[in-house]
Design a protein around this ligand. Sequence first.
Ligand SMILES: Nc1ncnc2c1ncn2[C@@H]1O[C@H](COP(=O)(O)OP(=O)(O)OP(=O)(O)O)[C@@H](O)[C@H]1O
Ligand SMILES: [Mg+2]
Length: 120
Amino acid sequence: MLTESRKVFFYGEVGAGKTTLIKEICKQLALPDEITSPSYPIINQYTWSIDGEHRSLNHIDLYRLNDIEEALSLGIEDLLADDSYCFIEWPALIEPIIGDNLLKIKILHNEDSSRKILFL
Ligand SMILES: Nc1ncnc2c1ncn2[C@@H]1O[C@H](COP(=O)(O)OP(=O)(O)OP(=O)(O)O)[C@@H](O)[C@H]1O
Ligand SMILES: [Mg+2]
């Protein structure tokens, strides 16, 4: 799924499982660190190498931001334009500045503890 775009927006309510899903995807990408939620730092950046290939990943949570200006001041536009993996929770704020080459995933929390994942 990450061959089309490395930029992914994750939608879903509080506790839907966005960070948990991102954690699993990071394992698949051979990121050696156990990722933590970026809700306080807003952006967590990781770099690592696998089979000689250098990879970088930005895990971003925009929940605490109030307007798009704050997001722009963090340099989000540049992160969306380079070749890093960018996984963004609570992305609605920056919808006005996104291009086409982007994957959107929505997680729905079912009444039991299972989840439904929609590709938007
Ligand atoms: N697929 C799943 N099945 C069962 N439990 C899950 C699943 N995904 C997440 N959880 C549990 O739900 C809780 C919230 O998950 P998580 O922190 O990933 O949500 P989130 O969508 O990132 O929330 P937030 O909007 O606050 O960042 C955690 O306790 C996690 O273990
Ligand atoms: Mg989260």
